[in-house]
Design a protein. Structure first.
Length: 89
């Protein structure tokens, strides 16, 4: 693998691990049901903010494909958080 691709995947993996740590401040991952993980306002906020961070952070990526992938994942995360939040109401 070339250097930019390796750095890209290392950055994504680090970001994903940081999100997992922040999404569960009050309990362990296995202490709650999957329903709680998708309906808790705290978890949805972290998902939406992570999506926004990915979307804005993608601006600093110069290669087109990784930039588009990051932007797409960011938009998808925001959309899922919004959809689940809307279904809660």
């Amino acid at each position: 693998m070339n250097q930019p691709v390796t750095r890209f995947f290392a950055s994504v993996a680090t970001f994903a691990l940081a999100l997992a740590a922040q999404a569960h401040p009050g309990h362990d991952l296995h202490d709650a049901s999957a329903r709680h993980l998708f309906t808790s306002a705290d978890h949805l906020a972290v998902l939406a903010l992570a999506g926004a961070a990915l979307w804005f952070g993608a601006r600093s990526v110069q290669d087109r494909l990784p930039r588009r992938v990051l932007q797409g994942i960011g938009v998808l995360a925001i959309a899922v958080a919004g959809l689940v939040w809307g279904l809660r109401a």
